[in-house]
Design a binder for this molecule. Sequence first.
Ligand SMILES: C[S@@+](CC[C@H](N)C(=O)[O-])C[C@H]1O[C@@H](n2cnc3c(N)ncnc32)[C@H](O)[C@@H]1O
Length: 221
Amino acid sequence: VRRAAVGAKVVAVVGDAGEVVARGYDAVAETHLAWLGRIEGDPRLAYLDDLLSRLAPPARILDLGCGAGVPNTKRLADEHDVLGVDISPRQIELARTAVPRAEFLCEDIGTFDPGRRRYDAVTAFYSISHLPRATHAALFGRIASWLVPGGLFLASLGATGCPDTIERWLGVPMFFSSFGADSNRRLLRDAGLELLRDDVVTMREPGGPATFLWVLATRPS
Ligand SMILES: C[S@@+](CC[C@H](N)C(=O)[O-])C[C@H]1O[C@@H](n2cnc3c(N)ncnc32)[C@H](O)[C@@H]1O
């Protein structure tokens, strides 16, 4: 049992963030896909294209919190070897159907262990803000260790900071947690990553504006 804020109230929550997230995305996988299509000004494809322009095919790419596999995992898998990891069984089921040429695992990225595999790139689109922020520093360190020297990490991270919170989102309880932009920049550098791009970008979600820190970082050679 742990405690988290729900809206303005702090309540006891049975289970962990991963259970809340997996249950939530299992329930809203299709709704979430339709919701994604209503976002205006999502910069994800521009950052994805920047990443792709820096990779020689076939690169090995790990997509953390891959969701239903579209559009990101699919685009990455057009020319590269991609492993997508997601904690929601329903998301993984949709991703396997949408991107048959990629490999997928249903696992918690907080504990995922790639063994001896090393990657030319690791991506995490809108996923790390679903893990407790006490775990982010360690996760960035693990990601850095999974990259080959010169490997790239592309992620959208929190920009304003939000302590562990469970909110009603798309009709289900959902766990969110993030640091602000400057803390994220510092944590990434502390993990041994060099920032190539770190931009705060606002897009328009159906419920209003949403701001993220977009980072493209490299493990120095
Ligand atoms: C907002 S969706 C983004 C999906 C996809 N990356 C995209 O940009 O469309 C967040 C995804 O991260 C996954 N996720 C959240 N926490 C996770 C965790 N601890 N381990 C693995 N996947 C997680 C969720 O199940 C969900 O599919």
